[in-house]
Design a binder for this molecule. Structure first.
Ligand code: IUR
Length: 479
């Protein structure tokens, strides 16, 4: 039997419907389980119960699974987004900042350290970036976990502290907290352990709720597709991109979504402190081309969307200039010092050589190189088996709150498209474990896909940008 509707609920129901406050959670779960719609009142009641602790873990898990299996329409998704956002505080900034307030979010990838570079690069271009980011989900790494590999870095910042950071640095990267979107904190952790991460409405509401409280003028979401992404098919990723853009527009948020491939790791490093080192290389104006390409494209799209650049290509060129002239790295250094890192360590990290930086960050106990089993051209380096083995070695969590091993990770020693000789080292694994097990070694060797093709240039992971409605953002044909 369906749960009774709330008064004013457009999904039908009788005149004896009680107010949503009195609707029992099992009735709401049953309603969604059986394919019904939830009203805004129902959704608010569920989210309230999640935050005040009256919802049991089993009930939260059951509702998440019901939503995962039955889905939500765009109105329900927007209602869930609003309810999650309203579970904490709305951030308030000076009116003069409005056009400059921008942010980027990702659905999660392997080796994706874009946020670490893009937030300070945008700050160097005159933006204010109040980034509320996430921890690792499943096999994907989390921006907050990466930053926490820097001794002293503090992701929990009050709204007042965030305002100070935006005023003095121009960017901050923080976690949700008791005051910031607390309901998403509970649901995010529950999704990770109930096989309900890959739900279009849950992802949309989780991402947009964090952004709705930031008071942004523009947001870009990097929606990954491919073997190591939450949605492997480009068609499903596009559906998510369209939901993010559409629900965002309904909430008054100017959202664009980039579709980007996640078959191979982004850049050459995977693992928390190794990724911080690679982000610093990109902030030096160097580093892997695929990482720089994505940072400049996403930044260019944001500067254009917010009206701070005439075209995406102009915006991308400004972001590239901020990487090349050291201004983005200087913002990163200031952000680290302002978020708890010893200023001398922040300076040494940003000014140091790659070797010196490596000494300042946590390191795994052992390194081991794997060698190519045959001659061939690198057709692919599969991110998924790599990420799964690193997860087992301590780079990921199996239970919410579990500590991570920040130095565990891997460096790719080869590029896609490169010709290799048998026996050439292709992967350096950083591990605390005394040895790799045979299945782990086999899985890692299976990540290297060789072919007989002639060498080729590695393709860019960027595929397309899904834009908000044309009336609000004329298409840019210059890039
Ligand atoms: N990032 C989020 O904030 N929420 C999600 O559900 C995913 C990525 I997937």
């Amino acid at each position: 039997m369906d749960a009774p509707d709330a008064p004013g609920d457009r999904s039908g129901g009788g005149s004896r419907a009680p107010p949503p406050e009195r609707t029992q959670l099992p009735e709401l779960i049953r309603r969604k389980r059986d394919g019904g719609r939830l009203s805004e009142g129902h959704i608010r009641a569920f989210v309230r119960a999640v935050v005040d602790g009256s919802a049991q873990g089993a009930q939260i898990g059951a509702m998440l699974m019901a939503v995962r299996l039955r889905g939500m329409d765009l109105e329900e998704t927007a209602a869930l987004t609003r309810a999650l956002a309203a579970s904490g505080q709305q951030l308030e900034w000076p009116e003069a900042w409005r056009p400059q307030l921008v942010d980027k979010h990702s659905t999660g990838g392997v080796g994706d350290k874009v946020s670490l570079v893009l937030a300070p690069a945008l700050a160097a271009c005159g933006c204010k970036v109040p980034m509320i980011s996430g921890r690792g989900l499943g096999h994907t790494g989390g921006t907050l976990d990466k930053l926490e590999s820097i001794p002293g870095f503090t992701v929990i910042q009050s709204p007042e502290q965030m305002r100070g950071l935006l005023e003095h640095v121009g960017c901050c990267i923080v976690g949700q907290s008791q005051r910031l979107v607390p309901a998403d904190g509970v649901l995010y952790a529950a999704r990770d352990v109930t096989a309900t991460v890959d739900s279009l409405p849950l992802i949309t509401a989780s991402i947009l709720s964090k952004k709705a409280v930031e008071g942004l003028s523009a947001l870009v979401v990097d929606v990954k597709f491919g073997e190591a992404a939450i949605f492997p098919s480009r068609a499903q990723a596009r559906e998510l991109a369209e939901a993010l853009v559409g629900v965002g527009a309904g909430l008054g948020l100017r959202v664009a979504a980039a579709l980007t491939a996640m078959d191979k790791p982004l850049g050459r490093s995977v693992g928390h402190s190794l990724e911080v080192e690679e982000a610093l290389l990109c902030l030096d104006g160097a580093g892997p081309p695929d990482l720089r390409d994505l940072v400049t494209r996403l930044g260019g799209a944001l500067l254009w969307l917010s009206g701070m650049a005439e075209a995406q290509a102009d915006g991308a060129a400004r972001v590239a200039a901020a990487l090349d002239d050291g201004s983005a790295r200087s913002r990163f250094q200031r952000m680290l010092a302002a978020q708890g890192v010893d200023p001398e360590l922040a300076r040494a990290l940003c000014a140091g050589t790659p070797a010196q930086r490596g000494e300042l960050l946590p390191r795994a106990r052992e390194r081991e190189e794997l060698r190519a089993p045959a001659d061939g051209t690198v057709e692919q380096v599969r991110a998924l088996p790599l990420a799964r083995v690193l997860h087992e070695l301590g780079a990921g969590r199996s239970r919410a709150g579990e500590p991570l091993r920040p130095g565990v990770g891997a460096e790719l020693l080869v590029d896609v498209g490169q010709r290799l000789r048998r026996g050439t080292p292709w992967l350096r694994v950083h591990r605390d474990a005394p040895t790799l097990s045979d299945p782990q070694r086999r899985a890692l060797q299976g990540a290297l896909v060789l072919s007989d093709r002639a060498p080729f240039a590695a393709p860019s992971p960027f595929a397309e940008l899904v834009l908000p409605p044309p009336a609000r953002a004329p298409p840019d044909t210059r890039q």
